[in-house]
Design a protein around this ligand. Structure first.
Ligand code: KIV
Ligand code: NA
Length: 270
């Protein structure tokens, strides 16, 4: 079982691979492929739950998915994403919500969308034994502030603020940092400036690792961001299986004899 320490030690040695998963069968596939970290992302709101944004995702909802992923994962590090307003409002509640993912759902770390408001809570969680993955750049829980999902850190001031926040979260004890939708040269600069591993999504090739949303990676999403890449066509594969099933039932070829059980001795029943 890799630990947050193994992840830290892998930085700069070998690229860190991270993918999301939200359910047991997917987690099993991702884990068996040797992916280092499975993130149970609040992107579950967009993917499995069909919401427009991640904002409606709840702590109970996350716990449900984190438990499913943990039960199916043997080797990867399982990280639970903390949903909108589950952290940063009230300290006690933040700690209880995050602690629950480790204590009840067997995650090994949590991820917080980071900002100036998460430095103290990151430090407190780490002190209590809850490893924290930080997340800077595009933080989708701010969609209403951004008015969409624009690239971040594109001017000098914003870039410097992001670098400062990266350093502050490293100092607060975060074990790694996701950088989302930021210029490649800024991601490279942040990666150089801090010792903890950076894991990029739409952040160029120079991060210590990469992450994608599983639905985007395997071709299950109807829409995916331009910085994503598709490595399969699961949607097509599933659609074709479902079509074949419908045809088989409609034509009477399923169920066939081999799918049916022997006749019951009806006298035993009635
Ligand atoms: O929720 C998510 O899937 C994420 C990753 C894209 C980093 O936060
Ligand atoms: Na997320």
């Amino acid at each position: 079982m890799p630990t947050v320490r193994d992840v830290r030690e892998q930085a700069g040695e070998e690229p860190i691979t991270m993918l999301t998963a939200y359910d047991a069968p997917t987690a099993r596939i991702v884990d068996e492929a040797g992916v280092d970290i499975i993130l149970v992302g609040d992107s579950v709101g967009n993917t499995a739950l069909g919401h427009e944004t991640t904002l409606p995702v709840t702590v109970d909802g996350m716990a449900h998915h984190v438990g499913a992923v943990s039960r199916a994962t043997e080797d990867a590090l399982v990280v639970a994403d903390m949903p909108f307003l589950s952290f940063g409002v009230d300290e006690t509640e933040s700690l209880e919500n995050a602690g629950r993912m480790l204590k009840e759902e067997d995650a090994q770390a949590v991820k917080l969308e980071s900002g100036p408001h998460t430095v103290d809570i990151t430090e407190k969680m780490v002190q209590l034994g809850i490893p924290v993955m930080a997340h800077l750049g595009l933080t989708p829980q701010h969609v209403n502030q951004y008015g969409g999902y624009p690239r971040q850190g594109t001017d000098r001031d914003a870039a410097e603020r992001m670098l400062e926040l990266a350093i502050e979260h490293e100092e607060a004890g975060a074990f790694s940092l996701v950088l989302e939708h930021v210029p490649a040269n800024l991601a490279a600069e942040i990666t150089e400036a801090i010792d903890i591993p950076t894991i990029g999504i739409g952040a160029g090739p120079d991060c210590d690792g990469q992450v994608l949303v599983i639905d985007d990676a395997v071709g299950l999403s109807e829409w995916s961001p331009s910085f994503s890449a598709q490595f399969g066509d699961v949607r097509e594969e599933m659609a074709s299986a479902v079509d074949d099933y419908v045809d088989a039932v409609e034509s009477g070829s399923f169920p066939a004899e081999e799918h049916s059980h022997e006749e019951s001795d009806l006298e035993d029943i009635y």
